[in-house]
Design a protein around this ligand. Structure first.
Ligand code: SD4
Length: 320
């Protein structure tokens, strides 16, 4: 038993080294399990570190993804998540978030205002109500009843940017023009169970009432403990139209590696839509802890934490 553990750990370590040095496509499947592990969209080292610290405490992937998502939510400098998020075109910061655990439980909030940690409200929806999704005023009422505090999330910087934008008031999403910092986070816990979360303030200066992919289970996040998990970032309308995360998990179920599944999900978008004008990035992880990443445009990066080591990986995997 001891020897087996040793072999497992050694190969996990070699796996990490390989990951840093080799292109993603080269490490499609590892012979042994590689967990616990945390992976998140964009440059989210602090989020991953918080997720990792949570894994050290409880070992549970669900706690880890929530802890990770809470970091950018409270960061005033992250302009596309929670506090400090850019408002919609009427000046409201409206939030979308969802969470899913290894048992297939899911919770989500959408069009939620004034609450610093929508991901924790989404978890409360999952654990304390018979529903999956609460929206707008109802979500706010529920959050307040659960003891969350009502706060002003519009920072001076975000307000300034909005007032500046209002001078022209043109809403034309372009490649990486909206800040893309929305966090999608996936984890395998110490038992190898998978969970995922996503949280965002959505697109900057969106129409009032606009809801993106981030609160939609199957679009921004999907997990199935028989297979693995996936998450998305980018222009949510196209993730919604193709149910990207659900698609990726189903592709993995049918034998694709996480990398192949992400690529195929991007191809579904590219084949049907004029993809040159927007960005989508996908991350996926399977039950062995192998991961994949793919985006439409250059510029997508993601953060990986294994064995306590956090690395930002500049993904070279995009449509060229
Ligand atoms: C949305 N998917 O609201 C989000 C935005 C995003 O990085 O991911 N930005 O469409």
């Amino acid at each position: 038993m001891k020897r087996r553990n040793f072999i497992k750990q050694t190969s996990a370590f070699t796996g990490l080294a390989a990951l840093v040095q080799q292109p993603l496509l080269a490490q499609q499947s590892s012979p042994t399990a590689n967990f616990p592990v945390v992976i998140s969209t964009w440059k989210n080292e602090k989020a991953n570190e918080a997720a990792w610290a949570s894994l050290q405490k409880t070992g549970r992937a669900l706690d880890a993804v929530e802890a990770g998502a809470r970091v950018p939510e409270a960061d005033p400098n992250d302009t596309s998540v929670g506090y400090g998020g850019f408002p919609d075109r009427d000046g409201h910061v409206t939030l979308d978030a969802c969470i899913m655990d290894e048992k297939g439980n899911a919770g989500s909030v959408t069009f939620l205002e004034h609450i610093m940690h929508p991901i924790s409200v989404a978890r409360a929806v999952m654990e304390k109500t018979p529903h999956v999704m609460l929206s707008g005023e109802g979500a706010l009422e529920f959050a307040l009843a659960q003891g969350f505090k009502k706060e002003n999330l519009l920072t001076e910087t975000a307000k300034k940017a909005w007032l500046e934008w209002k001078k022209e008031s043109k809403y034309e999403p372009k490649i990486n023009i909206e800040r893309h910092d929305t966090i999608g986070v996936l984890a395998l816990g110490t038992k190898g169970e998978v969970s995922g979360a996503c949280t965002t303030s959505g697109l900057a200066f969106k129409m009032h009432g606009r809801v993106g992919d981030s609160p939609v289970i199957g679009a921004a996040v999907f997990c199935d403990d028989e297979v693995g998990g996936a998450c998305a970032t980018g222009l949510g309308e196209f993730v919604l139209k193709t149910l990207g995360s659900f698609l990726i998990v189903e592709l993995m179920r049918n034998g694709r590696t996480p990398q192949q599944a992400c690529e195929e999900a991007i191809m579904r978008i590219v084949k049907r839509y004029d993809y040159k004008t927007f960005q989508i990035g996908y991350l996926a992880i399977n039950k062995k802890g192998d991961h994949g990443a793919y985006a439409i445009q250059k510029g997508f990066n993601y953060t990986l934490t294994k064995e306590g080591v956090t690395k930002v990986i500049e993904s070279d995997y995009y449509m060229k």
